[in-house]
Design a protein around this ligand. Sequence first.
Ligand SMILES: Nc1ncnc2c1ncn2[C@@H]1O[C@H](COP(=O)(O)OP(=O)(O)OP(=O)(O)O)[C@@H](O)[C@H]1O
Length: 586
Amino acid sequence: MIKILRYLKPKEWILVSLSLVFIVAQVWLDLKSPDYMAEITVLVQTPGSAMRDIWLAGGKMLLCTLGSLASAIIVGFFAARIAATFSKQLRSLLFNKVESFSMEEINRFSTDSLITRSSNDITQIQILITMGLQLIIKAPIMVVWAITKIAGKGFEWMLTTGVAVAVLVVMVGFIMIFVIPKFKKMQTLTDNMNRITRENLTGLRVVRAYNAEDYQEKKFEEANEELTGTQLYTSRAMAILMPVIMMIMSGLSLAIYWIGAYLINAAEMMDKLTLFSNMVVFSSYAIQVIMSFMMLVMIFIMLPRAGVSAKRINEVLDTEPTILDGSQIDGASGLAGEVTFEHVSFKYPDAADYALEDISFTVKQGETIAFIGSTGSGKTTLVNLVPRFFDATEGEILIDGVNIKDYSLEALHNKIGYVPQKAVLFKGTVSSNVAYGDNGGDGFTSDEIRKAAAIAQGADFVEQMDGGYEADIAQGGTNLSGGQKQRLSIARAVCRKPEIYIFDDSFSALDYKTDRILRSALKKETAGVTSMIVAQRIGTIMDADQIIVLHEGKIAGKGKHKELLQTCEVYRQIAMSQLSEEELVS
Ligand SMILES: Nc1ncnc2c1ncn2[C@@H]1O[C@H](COP(=O)(O)OP(=O)(O)OP(=O)(O)O)[C@@H](O)[C@H]1O
């Protein structure tokens, strides 16, 4: 918990210091009140006291109470401000950190856990600061101060107060031993709940189509029950704790007055008044001591859960991304768009086997290289190494003669127009989706957006949409068909005018005719740009300058379509399953 406080800004520390001043003032005022009460008690018991003096003492007591109230309100305001700005700061830090993560770190934490850490965990810290700042500072000061006030005012009363505090400490300790592990579990269970809810919402169509509502509900119910059970356990423990503290507090008052009655009874006439006044004052201070312990208990309730949350947030913030930024901006001159793999092997983190082994090839500027192979042969993995979504385990990848690790990530990504297997669209408009991101230039003009959409064969359907290029796109592009989404995704890559295109099975959602027209438009309009194409269809890649046939992560064949038909059995089998006899021999 302490570690996370390093993210508090100086301005917030100033507010914490000011809160400290007001809290000390509040404690002083709270502990001053009983002194005036003792004064009033003595005045009332002393014959011939002036009414004016009683009013004066009463007035001072009232001022103390009002002062304490004002201080509490001010501290409350400060605490709310510190908590809100600190949460904002943590949210931004987490967001930026997660953005710098490679797929390895994201998979390690899991998306659901990262969402809980950025929302629920931060809320726990916010609650602790809002409610706890006052208590954390006030309780210890109050305990020490109140004890010094009552010290020496009567051994019997001190002993009674000591016993009450001891009972309280044992009770709280006992409950905490059982409750703290549950708080830790609660955050993991919240992750689990988020995972199931998210899975259900994103896969809703499949859930319905397969009548899997009951199955999903059962999964949800199990997670929900477990979370509720844990919450109930902790709430019940706390529900026992509070009345017990109140009982100890009332019991202590009763014991002080009871002991007081005996002491006053046995005392000389002259000492009775002093003893009575001491008893009244002592009981007030003793209540303050117990109240302070009660505050400490509340801190103990909030602290473990917030502590767990702080640890989870720190875990993310302390994680160093495995993909480190280089500094190079430009590649070797005259090589714009050249990609070389030199004996590249790759193993997914925690995987036993290599997904790619000893891959070597070079594709020159303006050429098209295609990757084909059975499902799971490593095609996506291979192209994902180029934008450094993962780093190669062995070997080197060069772009324009420079190792991709030496480029700044921004410069590297500016060279690439990446179209993923599954089109990703963001909430906004057609234009904002096509002119997405930054390519290191001055942004994109509407002509460039239209041209990119036309090359991607998307102009016709965009113009028919309500609002054309300003038409709304729902989150995830749910108001578009698969092929339309894919075309906008391709237009986005075209619009940034990259040196290298990466099409990861990006044409599969298009019909054969559109696929062919789109590729010929791309070839014509973007001559000089290197293309790396992953495809399942032979028709999509048979014109490529170079085809790499992958089989179980290794290169099974390399060459042009006709050569491969002669030399590569894997390729021939794929081709035979897709092309007619005439197409094969032509
Ligand atoms: N994130 C991951 N973690 C661990 N293993 C993975 C991961 N992604 C893919 N793999 C494994 O790596 C291998 C290659 O997967 P890849 O997605 O590259 O295949 P692919 O040829 O693109 O398949 P497809 O044509 O079905 O898209 C597969 O065996 C797969 O199980």
